[in-house]
Design a protein around this ligand. Structure first.
Ligand code: OGA
Ligand code: NI
Length: 379
């Protein structure tokens, strides 16, 4: 029996070592080989499945949709700035998420980015496999699941991670195929970086760390670290799944950085954990879903919250998304800003460097927000 037949077996959910090596190659390949049932490797315990409410309340469903707060970026740059800053602060406190509209990045740029990442996953497996590596610091990494070397149950997701900053260092390592990937992805990376910086300035202002009346040179100095900061883009691909209720595209997690700018196609799947419920985010055309990451939670001393989110898969359509994760340079220490700490608001988080985060994720199975929990000061 060929390995492909083994994993595709309809009558019995086979599991053996041959299949195991197949799983490492990704769900796209698995689906290409024909699949009518979800292999055991992807089946979550009942309590972790998408339909599980975990609330004990039978009236609570997990299929509710959520309209996230909407932030109009054009208004943020105009006379309504202070009003929008209030909405921004509220969104970051209550949801940890918002939809960013009128962001100024041309539709052509975002559409091409989603398209080219989709075409990457449509390449022959051998082409994608060139970028398979266990090295989490590699400039390019193709992989599957969430934490491939640690997950016992795999997620229904393949990904391509691209390190983006400084671009000239990394661009030559990015995939040469599809032929337009480097051009499209580098334009997209630069434009999202620019947008991140403008958003970050607004966030600093909303936290009272930067003031509108402050000298431009002072503002520039505060923003400099963000300008030099790390940027990683993750293109996600979630193939249709024959039994979507048994598995997840991504498990509950928070993002590590300051902000994540997420571009998704028109297929729903992203859920956020809000007031004890999993709520599905309605995709909005031409908008970015922006979320607070762990580093911003630390920096704001807990005022802004990084919120758990996960991804559902579906039986019909594949889904594509591109997440752009932004933080300080890898060698910088993230700590609560002195401007948000006083006697009433003592420091709540330990200083955190990127190295200890990487060490943490490579020694533990990342679960929920436990990295952030480990950074909390208890007294
Ligand atoms: C992520 C993420 C959500 C999605 O890449 O961290 O949460 O909808 N992605 O793909
Ligand atoms: Ni995420």
């Amino acid at each position: 029996m060929s390995p492909a037949m083994l994993v595709a077996d309809d009558d019995e959910r086979c599991y053996d070592e041959t299949a195991e090596s197949q799983y490492q190659k990704g769900v796209k390949l698995l689906c290409e080989n024909g699949l009518h049932r979800v292999p055991k490797k992807y089946i979550l315990p009942a309590s972790e499945r998408p339909s599980s409410t975990n609330t004990g309340d039978p009236n609570v469903t997990n299929r509710q949709n959520l309209q996230l707060p909407i932030i109009d970026f054009a208004d943020l740059l105009g006379p309504k700035r202070s009003q929008v800053l209030n909405s921004l602060a509220e969104a970051c406190q209550l949801y940890g998420f918002f939809q960013l509209v009128n962001h100024g990045i041309q539709e052509d740029v975002t559409r091409k980015m989603i398209e080219v990442s989709g075409r990457f996953f449509n390449l022959a497996f051998e082409e994608r496999a060139k970028y398979m590596t266990p090295d989490i610091r590699a400039p390019v990494r193709y992989g599957t699941s969430f934490s491939q070397t640690r997950d016992t149950v795999f997620c229904w997701r393949d990904f391509l991670k691209l390190q983006c900053h400084p671009l000239p260092d990394f661009l030559p390592h990015w995939p040469a195929s599809p032929v337009d990937l480097r051009e499209v992805a580098s334009t997209y990376a630069q434009e999202t970086k620019h947008l991140f910086l403008a958003l970050m300035e607004a966030i600093l202002e909303s936290l009272g760390i930067v003031e509108a009346s402050q000298e431009e040179t002072e503002k520039k100095e505060i923003l400099k670290d963000f300008k030099d900061g790390s940027q990683i883009m993750v293109a996600n691909y979630y193939p249709p799944c024959p039994e979507p209720d048994l598995t997840l595209g991504m498990p509950p997690h928070s993002d590590y950085g300051f902000l994540t700018l997420l571009l998704q196609d028109d297929v729903e799947g992203l859920q956020i954990h809000h007031q004890q419920h999993w709520l599905t985010v309605d995709p909005m055309p031409n908008a970015f879903v922006v979320n607070v990451g762990d580093h911003l939670e630390i920096y704001s001393n807990g005022k802004y919250k990084s919120v758990l989110h996960r991804v559902l898969v579906n039986g019909v359509k594949s889904r594509r998304s591109v997440a752009s994760l932004h933080s300080l340079p890898f060698n910088c220490v993230v700590r609560p800003s002195p401007k948000v700490i006083d006697e009433m608001n003592p420091k709540r988080y330990k200083d955190t460097d990127f190295g200890s985060f990487l060490e943490y994720i490579s020694t533990k199975v990342p679960k929920r927000k436990d990295f952030l929990e480990s950074r909390k000061l208890t007294n």
